[in-house]
Design a protein around this ligand. Structure first.
Ligand SMILES: NC(=O)c1ccc[n+]([C@@H]2O[C@H](COP(=O)([O-])OP(=O)(O)OC[C@H]3O[C@@H](n4cnc5c(N)ncnc54)[C@H](O)[C@@H]3O)[C@@H](O)[C@H]2O)c1
Length: 413
């Protein structure tokens, strides 16, 4: 069978997908694009070690001309949708890193590009594919805990020590310009993927922009929270950002009408399940380590999740129905992302509740088409809002110079 030819755009996080593609017998890595030349040098060495030839590009427009079936987007988190739309329109399948899109307008454009192209769009929300979260999905779908009433998703990651390495001292790096509730799909995604339920309403709330992050160049609230209502009335608390906890916390809980499931806060890999019996409040609790559904995932990054996203993407392109069922399509991808955008709209409007549109319905799209509300001036145009609601004073250039120097010298933040 012909291998799926793949290009990777962005070679920092993209190196993970490069390695997963190289390890996949159904795929051939043919091209990589990154404007940062040292990363291309690293890619050249990886390809040489494998004895394969990969075309390397600094400019996206040159990469775009390359003959390839599919592209993995691992470029800036705020720029995925426009590149995805261009690639889908050129007949390429697309897998996108987090996040899906930056505005409601981009969400509509993306959904319609997928529909128009008929190509595969896969959202690489790897936190949905831990041994624990994927098990929660299977058990929820089997009805083990009844109907969802409440869920919590937590992605606590204090990035202050690595801020120089992930923002390079660039004032306009997306990690500096985006807002507290933007990066919401690691916490919210697994809840939506497991339950299959759609968000209908969101309220946002955030912490202040804490001095330890402001000193590194970001004005955003340091942690953000989305309170989400799902289509069946269930409540969800999705929390993420830089709270002081080491190691960081990745944690999920689902409470249903017949029981509950939760991942272990300290011993990752464990799942706790409580199932009620015939009588109210009487049931059984088990704790176990779920097995990966595909053994090759063991050892892959992010608790095995980094294996499944690329694997299911490639299998889907090859027409594997099982892979399609286990993948995150464009509708679920925007369901995961829009609550974060709308939570920030809630924050700037005194925490007022916001309706989450269902972009499966063509009738709900027109109201979103011109909605460019966000914190990136070039994307937002007249709907620009600052990424800080408490303190709008500019951060001096000297801060970015200091962070850049730390990056160059390999020092922590
Ligand atoms: N799922 C996860 O666990 C996970 C982990 C880390 C990062 N990410 C995601 O991966 C993406 C990339 O993040 P990152 O950590 O690599 O940092 P980053 O966003 O700083 O890196 C992006 C890379 O893309 C390159 N790039 C961007 N635009 C380009 C252009 N127009 N032309 C050429 N090169 C371009 C940059 O040079 C850079 O090397 C983001 O979307 C981020 O959210 C996901």
């Amino acid at each position: 069978m012909k291998k799926v030819t793949i290009g990777v755009f962005g070679a920092s996080r993209g190196m993970t997908m490069i390695e997963q593609t190289l390890g996949n017998p159904d795929a051939a890595l043919v091209a990589i694009c990154d404007k940062h030349v040292p990363l291309l040098d690293k890619c050249r060495k990886v390809a040489a070690d494998k004895g394969i030839k990969v075309a390397l590009f600094e400019r996206f427009d040159d990469f775009f001309q390359c003959d390839m079936d599919a592209v993995v987007l691992a470029n800036y988190a705020s720029e995925h949708a426009p590149f995805a739309i261009r690639l889908l329109d050129s007949g390429r399948h697309v897998m996108s890193e987090v996040l899906t899109c930056s505005t409601l307008s981009e969400a509509v454009g993306l959904v319609e590009a997928v529909e128009r192209s008929g190509k595969v769009y896969m959202y690489a929300e790897n936190y949905c594919y831990f041994n624990t979260t994927f098990e929660m999905r299977q058990r929820y779908r089997r009805g083990d805990i009844g109907e969802l009433m409440h869920a919590e998703g937590e992605y606590i990651h204090d990035c202050s020590s690595i801020w120089p390495q992930i923002t390079y001292g660039e004032r306009n790096h997306w990690r500096n310009t985006l807002y507290s509730t933007f990066y919401c799909t690691h916490s919210l995604g697994p809840i939506l993927f497991s339950s299959g339920l759609r968000p209908v309403k969101v309220i946002g709330i955030e912490t202040r922009n804490m001095p330890f992050m402001r000193a590194l160049g970001t004005k955003a609230g340091t942690a953000g929270m989305e309170i989400v209502q799902l289509e069946n009335g269930a409540m969800v608390k999705s929390i993420h950002g830089g709270l002081k906890r080491e190691p960081g916390s990745i944690n999920y809980q689902m409470y249903g009408s017949k029981g509950s499931m939760e991942t272990d806060r300290w011993d990752g890999g464990n799942l706790h399940v409580y199932i009620e019996g015939e009588r109210n409040c009487v049931g059984e609790h088990v704790k176990y380590v779920p097995e990966f559904t595909i053994k090759d995932a063991a050892g892959a990054g992010h608790g095995g999740g980094d294996f499944f996203t690329t694997y299911y993407f490639i299998r889907q392109v090859l027409g594997d129905e099982e892979a399609r069922k286990n993948s995150i399509d464009v509708y679920t991808a925007v369901d995961m992302c829009l609550p974060g955008i709308l939570a920030y709209r809630s924050i700037v409007n005194g925490n007022a509740p916001q309706k989450v549109p269902n972009l499966r319905n063509t009738g709900e799209r027109d109201a979103c088409r011109g909605d460019t509300f966000c914190t990136v001036p070039e994307i937002a145009g007249s709907m620009f809002v600052p990424n800080n609601i408490y303190d709008t004073e500019e951060i001096p250039d000297s801060v970015y110079e200091m962070v850049r120097e730390k990056w160059v010298k390999g020092l922590p933040g």
